[in-house]
Structures are given as structure tokens and as C-alpha cells.
Design a protein around this ligand. Structure first.
Ligand code: RB5
Length: 151
């Protein structure tokens, strides 16, 4: 499975840890940066990872910033992206199973590395359950179709 990753300066160290962890577990990783603690603007990286997932270049995406929140707000502006800020393993599983989450957003200033990597593993392993969740997801897609602008 190919996974796109990206971060801003606030999530740089966590992005590096996620990358190492994913590679050790034999995932293919596309790293869209940033690659240092030098200050950058998170929406640029949310866009790169979101587009990679939207276009099918990557199956999933992981974005890291200080809180995960800015990244999720930005990534969720991209049609077809369902980005989830997650701070615990229960939510990691639920957002994939119920919401069909395709981008995981993590906060380096919120999470320890151990928990963050467990969240990544749990989220990747969980699968969308369909059924009643499919109908709700279609309603979300309908909102996107009718109330959001852009391509
Ligand atoms: C950067 O200081 C910080 O605002 C950013 O990493 C992120 O937490 C935004 O949501």
C-alpha cells in the first residue's frame, strides 16, 4: 500500500517517525515534506497529500502539524478527502470504519510518539464497514457536491 505523508514545521519530527515506522512495516511512502523545523504554511502540505490521495496516487495520507487540526481543516477542503484529527486508538478505528477516513491528521504537540504510531497502525488496519455508514457517507458526499465549491 502506498501512503502519502506531509507536515509543517510543528509536525516535522512526528512525520519523520511515521515515515520510518511505515517503511519498517513495508509500506511504500511518498514524503511531500516539509523537511525541517523552518517555519512553513501547513495548507501547502495538506494540499499535496490531499491531491495525492484524491488522484489515487496514494491510497491513504498522513499529515502532521502541531495539533493536527489545521491540517484537517485544510485537507477537508479538497473534494473526496475525509481527513480526521485523531488522538486515541478508539477514534482511529471508528473514523475508518464509520467515516471512511482517508487522511489521518496527527498533532506532534499533543501526542507522544508511541501513541501516535499506535494510532497510525490502528487506523491503517481498520476498514470501512459500509452498510448504514455507506448511506451517511453518501450524505456527506452530497453536502460536498452541493455546498462546497471547487473541483
Ligand atoms: C504551527 O505553529 C501550528 O499552528 C501548526 O503546526 C498547526 O498546529 C496548525 O493547526
Amino acid at each position: 500500500m502506498r501512503i502519502a505523508i506531509g507536515c509543517d514545521h510543528g509536525g516535522f519530527q512526528l512525520k519523520e517517525s511515521v515515515k520510518k515506522h511505515l517503511k519498517l512495516n513495508e509500506f511504500e511512502v511518498i514524503d511531500f515534506g516539509t523537511n525541517s523545523r523552518e517555519s512553513v504554511h501547513f495548507p501547502n502540505y495538506a494540499l499535496k497529500v490531499g491531491i495525492s490521495v484524491k488522484q489515487g496516487e496514494s491510497e491513504l495520507g498522513v499529515l502532521c502539524c502541531g495539533t493536527g487540526i489545521g491540517m484537517s481543516i485544510a485537507a477537508n477542503k479538497i473534494k473526496g478527502i475525509r481527513a480526521s484529527v485523531v488522538n486515541d486508538c478508539f477514534s482511529a478505528k471508528a473514523t475508518k470504519e464509520h467515516n471512511g477516513s482517508n487522511v489521518l491528521c496527527l498533532g506532534e504537540r499533543v501526542l507522544g510518539e508511541g501513541l501516535a504510531l499506535s494510532i497510525v497502525d490502528t487506523w491503517i488496519k481498520a476498514e470501512f464497514q459500509g452498510g448504514r455508514h455507506e448511506e451517511r457517507l453518501n450524505q456527506v458526499k452530497n453536502l460536498e457536491e452541493n455546498y462546497a465549491r471547487g473541483k
